[in-house]
Design a protein around this ligand. Structure first.
Ligand code: NAP
Length: 280
């Protein structure tokens, strides 16, 4: 059966891929984003009902993170509105090892909607489509938590798992923990990107306090500095997060994408080439 599916965050790293995967299966996709029509804005609950109206299912990506103040209230209002609008099933993107996100997962699980929770590890695409692209281009990646071993997961795998969860009832009520196939430190990640690009890119371990200063000097607002400090210390430092799972393989019937493969493909696009004017 073909469904009408709202993909919140549908222009972002996972949502864009979820939307493409659903459309390829013949489903009708509506993008949920401030830039979409009708506009959907997490900061304006009056936009929830128009976006959910007529939808059978929804992929929920909260922005910027389920751990921030206000997320619980927004997820409560969204799920209540979804129920009123006749939505049947939702898939929530959550963070693996994020204790603060679990309250939002509970809200979805008790919403009365059919649901699947997809808990993801840190994404490979943070280095190609997000805040870690700039340091890679600069050839100097200074980050805290040098000893954290992170099972980076590919956004393509997250999206494929989310599409399965949205289209196959067997995942109803389940929590799928999606990681890559092995754990890597930031130093190993930077070395892998350097090898894939043939560029000299250095990793510099710094303290969390120094990283906070870097973020403040870069003009990031206090709530972002708080969020990144939380993600580095509580999430990457959490032993629960430093575990490889095989849920990607269980759902997709193939191995999860390795960071090396992601790095090889991304390097081939030229995205990580030395920017013009950048000193060697
Ligand atoms: N990055 C990681 O390593 C990681 C790991 C685990 C979990 N997560 C979770 O993944 C989620 C982010 O997913 P993603 O990386 O796929 O998204 P993303 O790439 O950060 O994209 C953000 C999307 O949200 C929309 N958006 C931004 N602000 C919005 C607002 N106020 N209201 C409505 N839409 C808004 C954007 O479109 P517009 O700008 O047009 O509104 C865009 O479609 C977060 O909840 C995060 O906790 C991330």
């Amino acid at each position: 059966m073909k469904d009408n599916i709202l993909v919140i965050g549908g222009t972002g790293k996972t949502g864009r891929r979820v939307a493409a995967g659903l459309e390829a299966l013949g489903h009708e996709v509506r993008i949920g984003a401030r830039s979409a029509e009708p506009s959907f804005d997490w900061d304006d609950p009056t936009t929830f009902a128009p976006a959910l109206r007529g939808m059978d299912k929804a992929y929920i990506v909260y922005y910027p993170d389920l751990a921030v103040p206000g997320a619980k209230e927004a997820i409560t209002t969204l799920t209540e509105t979804a129920l009123k609008e006749g939505v049947e099933k939702v898939v929530l993107l959550s963070g693996k090892g994020e204790k603060e996100a679990e309250a939002c997962e509970e809200i979805v699980a008790h919403s009365g909607l059919r649901y699947t929770l997809v808990r993801a590890s840190w994404f490979n695409q943070n280095f190609s489509e997000s805040f870690l692209l700039e340091p890679i281009l600069a050839g100097h990646v200074a980050l805290p938590m040098p000893n954290a071993e992170i099972p980076f997961v590919d956004a393509n795998d997250i999206a494929e798992v989310a599409v399965q969860a949205l289209t196959d009832d067997q995942y109803d009520g389940q929590t799928l923990e999606v990681t890559g196939p092995r754990k890597l430190t930031f130093k190993q990640i930077v070395e892998t990107v350097a090898a894939a690009t043939g560029r000299d890119i250095q990793y510099q371990p710094i303290s969390l306090d120094d990283y906070k200063v870097v973020m403040k000097n870069a003009g990031l607002p206090d709530d972002y500095v708080w969020l990144f400090t939380y993600l580095f210390s509580e999430v990457l430092g959490n032993a629960d997060n430093q575990v490889v799972t095989n849920d990607v393989e269980k759902v997709l019937g193939r191995k999860a994408i390795d960071f090396q493969e992601f790095a090889r493909k991304t390097a081939a696009t030229g995205l990580w080439d030395q920017p013009v004017g950048q000193p060697l």
